[in-house]
Design a protein around this ligand. Sequence first.
Ligand code: ZN
Ligand code: ZN
Length: 353
Amino acid sequence: MVVFAVALPAAAFPAGLPPGAPAFPNPWAAFQNLSGCHMGEERQGLAGLKDYLSHFGYLPPPPSSSPFTDAFDEDLEAAIATYQRNFGLNATGALDASTVAQMVSPRCGVADVINGTSTMARNSSAAGAHGRHLYAYFPGGPRWPPFRRDLKYAITATSATSIDRSTLSDVFARAFAQWAAATNLRFAETASESDADITIGFYTGSHGDGEPFDGPLGTLAHAFSPTDGRFHLDAAEAWVAGGDVSRASSPGVVDLESVAVHEIGHLLGLGHSSVPEAIMYPTIRTGTRKVELEADDVQGIQSLYGSNPNYRGVTPTSPATSSREMDSGAGAGLRPDAVFVGVVAAVGLLLAP
Ligand SMILES: [Zn+2]
Ligand SMILES: [Zn+2]
C-alpha cells in the first residue's frame, strides 16, 4: 500500500507536462494547487475539495443555506485524515503531495463512507471483529437473496459508446465469470431488459440518478448495491475493450473489463477495500489491467454467498478468517431483506496513469 501511494505522485499525470496542463482533461486537476495546504489556512479551491470529499462520504453535505467555504477547518482535517487512513497514507489531516495525488486519481463513483460509516474496513471495528481482511459490505449487508442465484444481466444503453455490441458481450461475460468462479452465483446475458436483474449502460453527464458523470477520468463508473442492479459507465472515458491496454498509445485509457469486475462487486454487495491489490480498491491506474480477484475479494464475496467447491483460484490465506467465521459474521449483517436496498447511491473510483 505504501509503495503504491508513494509511486502515485509521479504517476498521476504523464511525465514532462507543465503543472496544471495534463495531456487529457481531469475534472480534479485543480486539487493539485492545494498541495501543502493545512489546518487554519484559507485557500481558493478548498470548497471544491470539500465537495469532492462530501461526494465520497467523508463530509456530510453542506446545508443548502451555507455552501462549503475555502476555510481549512477541523471538519476538513478530520475528513482528510479518514481518507488518508482508507488509502494507507500518513494520516496527518494535511494535504500533502501523496494525498493530493491519490485524490486526483481516476476512481469508482461509489462512496467510501456511507451514512458516516467507512466501508473501507481499515479503520473500522468490523475489520478487527472478523480478522485481518479488509473487504467491506454496504451498510446493512444487502445481498441477492438465496432464491436468486441465477442472475440475468442486460446491456441496455450502448448508443453513447462506439464499442461494438459483441465486444461488450464478451467483456462483461468475462467480468461476471470472475465472480461466478468463486461462488455459487451464475450469470447469463439476456436481450430483454424487463427480464434482467442487472442492467448495464453507458451514459454521459447527468443521466437521471443524481450521480452525473464528469467526462474523461475523474469518476469512471458506478453501480448500486443489491438488489438494485444498475451499473453505469461514463461513456466519455477512453475505454479499451480488447487487446493489451498497457500498449495503448494514448494517455488516459481505461481497461473496461477491469472496471466491470470492480463494479460487479458492488452489484453483488461488496463495498470498497483498503487492499491496493484488491479488485474492490476504489482507484485503478490508467493503462493497466486488473481483472483477477484477490484473496480479499474472494473472502468478501464468499462470506456473502458461500464458496464454489470447484473454485481453483485464489484461496483465502488467513486462518483468522475461516469460512465458518466469515459465515457467522455475514449472517449477523444479513437480516432478511435488508432494508438498505436502493439506499446506497454509488459513485466510483478508478484512476490515473
Ligand atoms: Zn467502487
Ligand atoms: Zn448512474
